[in-house]
Design a protein around this ligand. Structure first.
Ligand code: ATP
Length: 463
C-alpha cells in the first residue's frame, strides 16, 4: 500500500475523482465531506496509533474553512502530511496554511500527475525526516546519551539507575523505587514492566494516597456482592486486574497501617481474599512500589511496618533529584521540546543560551515534571523560534510575574490561568495549615473531593 489518505472536501465530484485516482495508485482512501467530520476521523486514527499518512484539505469549505480548521486542530492534523487544495484566489491563504504546519498546496484545477508527484514528494520528505531522527538518535548514543523505555538521560547517576532497572526487569522480584516527586518513579516502573516477560499483560498503577481508607481493601482485593452497602455485584480488585502482569503501588508510604498487614500477607502467600468472600484466589502479580517518603524514618516512627519494608525492599532503585544532575537538563529540554512540538504542532527549535543558563541554575523542587511543564508552557507562549527567558515561568527567571525579563514582558503577567493556578496553590496550602495537614478536612474546607485535593497537592508540590 502506498499510504493512507484522508480527503476533506465538500465537493462530491472532487472527492470521487481523487478517490478513483489515488486508489488506482495503491493508496487507501477515506473521505470527509466537512471539516468537522475530517477532524474526527483524523483524531480517531491517531487514537488507534495509525494516523493518516496524508491529508488533502480543501481551503474553501462552507462553515469552517480549511485554514481555520488546520489552525484549531494543528496537533491532530499535522501528525499527517497536510496538503492544502486551493482554488484560484485562495493561494495566499494556502501559503499561509503552510505557516500553520501544512506541507504544501496544490491549486485547483489540477492534473492527476500533479497530485501523484506532490504526494511522492511529501512521502520523501517524511522519510528523510524520520531518517534524520534515527541518525540523531544514533549520534546521541555515540555522545553518551542513553534511554530506558521512554526516559532519556546523560548523567552517570541515571546511567546506573537505568542499568539497575534493566536488571530488575529480568527477574520477577519486588522492586522499591525511592525518589522525590516528579523524578520519574512511575516511568521507571513502566520501563521495568515493559522490558519484563510480563509486558504483554497489564501494568496497573494504584495511588495508595488517593483511595479513602474505607474503600482501600475492596479496591485492592475486590469484594463479593452484598459484602457491604453499595456492593451490588462481585467486583475484581486491582490485584486480580493485574494478574499475570505488574501492580504499581505508588506512594506506598501513604498506605494505612491496617492495610499494610493485609498487603504483607498477600505478598507472602500469593493469594487474595475479596471482602466478604470465604475463599482465597491465587494471583500471579509482580509488585513494584514507589515512595517519595523516607521509609526507613517512617519505620523508625512506627508509621510503616518493618516486615513490609523488608518484603518490598528486595531490590531498591533511588532516583536522584534533577538539581543534582544538571547535565540531564539540556537533553531533557530537547526531549520535551520535540514531544510538545509534535503534540501541539509547533516548531520551536531550541532554548536560547540565556534561558538555558536560568534552567541550569534553578533548583527544580518539582524535578523532571516541573521541567516538562515549563517546556510545555514555553512552547505555547513563545513567539520566537527559540525559547527565551521571557517565556519561562517567573519562578525560574526569578522575576515578579508581569515584570520585564531581559527587556521582554513576562507573559505570565496577564495569564488568568497562571493567576488562578497560583491562587489555587495558596488556598490549598492555607486549608492544610488550618486543618493541621488533615486532607479529608482540608478537602471539605476547599469544597473539592479528596482525590482531587491529592492530585492538586501533587501539582503544587505540596506534601
Ligand atoms: N528521564 C526522563 N526522561 C523523560 N521524561 C521523564 C524522565 N523522568 C521523568 N520524566 C517525565 O516527568 C514526569 C514525571 O515522571 P513520573 O510521573 O514518572 O514521576 P514520579 O516520580 O512518579 O512522580 P510522583 O512522585 O509525583 O508521582 C512524567 O511526565 C515523565 O514522563
Amino acid at each position: 500500500m502506498a499510504g493512507k489518505i484522508l480527503i476533506i472536501d465538500d465537493e462530491k465530484n472532487m472527492r470521487h475523482m481523487l478517490t478513483a485516482l489515488l486508489e488506482k495508485e495503491g493508496y487507501a482512501v477515506d473521505t470527509a465531506a466537512s471539516g468537522g467530520t475530517g477532524v474526527k476521523m483524523a483524531a480517531r486514527a491517531l487514537k488507534l496509533d495509525a494516523p493518516y499518512d496524508f491529508i488533502l484539505l480543501d481551503v474553501k469549505m462552507p462553515g469552517v474553512d480549511g485554514i481555520s480548521l488546520l489552525k484549531d486542530n494543528r496537533g491532530t492534523l499535522t501528525r499527517s502530511m497536510v496538503i492544502m487544495m486551493s482554488a484560484y484566489g485562495t493561494i495566499d491563504t494556502a501559503v499561509s496554511a503552510m505557516r500553520h504546519g501544512a506541507f504544501d498546496f496544490i491549486s485547483k484545477p489540477f492534473k492527476p500527475d500533479e497530485v501523484s508527484l506532490l504526494l511522492q514528494r511529501a512521502a520523501e520528505h517524511r522519510d528523510l525526516k524520520n531518517e534524520n531522527l534515527y541518525l540523531k538518535d544514533q549520534l546521541g548514543r555515540m555522545e553518551g546519551r542513553f534511554r530506558f523505555s521512554s526516559m532519556v538521560a546523560k548523567s552517570d547517576a541515571m546511567k546506573s539507575v537505568f542499568a539497575l532497572a534493566r536488571k530488575a526487569a529480568r527477574y520477577p522480584t519486588t522492586v522499591l523505587i525511592f525518589g522525590g516527586s516528579g523524578t520519574g518513579k512511575e516511568l521507571i516502573a513502566r520501563g521495568i514492566h515493559g522490558e519484563s516477560d510480563r509486558a504483554q499483560r497489564p501494568m496497573v498503577p494504584v495511588n495508595c494516597g488517593g483511595i479513602p481508607e474505607t474503600l482501600m481493601e475492596s479496591e485492592l482485593f475486590g469484594h463479593k456482592k452484598g459484602a457491604f452497602t453499595g456492593a451490588v455485584c462481585d467486583k475484581k480488585g486491582l490485584f486480580e486486574e493485574a494478574d499475570g502482569g505488574t501492580l504499581f503501588l505508588d506512594e506506598i508510604g501513604e498506605l494505612p497501617l491496617s492495610m499494610q498487614v493485609k498487603l504483607l500477607r498477600v505478598l507472602q502467600e500469593g493469594e487474595v481474599r475479596p471482602v466478604g468472600d470465604v475463599r482465597t484466589r491465587k494471583i500471579d502479580v509482580r509488585v513494584i512500589a514507589a515512595t517519595s517518603r523516607n521509609l526507613r524514618e517512617e519505620v523508625a516512627k512506627g508509621a510503616f511496618r518493618e516486615d513490609l519494608y523488608f518484603r518490598l525492599n528486595v531490590l531498591s532503585i533511588a532516583l536522584p533529584p534533577l538539581a543534582g544532575r544538571q547535565e540531564d537538563i539540556p537533553l531533557l529540554c530537547d526531549h520535551f521540546l520535540k514531544t510538545f512540538n509534535h503534540k501541539l504542532g509547533c516548531q520551536v527549535s531550541g532554548v536560547s543560551p540565556a534561558a538555558m543558563k536560568l534552567l541550569l541554575a534553578y533548583p527544580w523542587p518539582g524535578n523532571v515534571r516541573e521541567l516538562e511543564n515549563a517546556m510545555e508552557r514555553s512552547v505555547v507562549l513563545t513567539d520566537r523560534e527559540r525559547i527565551d527567558p521571557a517565556s519561562l515561568p517567573s519562578a525560574i527567571t526569578g522575576s515578579q510575574p508581569g515584570h520585564p525579563v531581559n527587556g521582554h514582558f513576562s507573559p505570565e503577567g496577564f495569564s488568568l490561568k497562571a493567576a488562578v493556578r497560583k491562587l489555587e496553590g495558596v488556598m490549598i496550602r492555607r486549608a492544610l495549615e488550618e486543618t493541621g495537614g488533615n486532607r479529608t478536612q482540608a478537602s471539605k474546607l476547599l469544597e473539592i473531593s479528596h482525590p482531587s485535593l491529592l492530585s492538586k497537592m501533587k501539582l503544587h508540590h505540596l506534601r
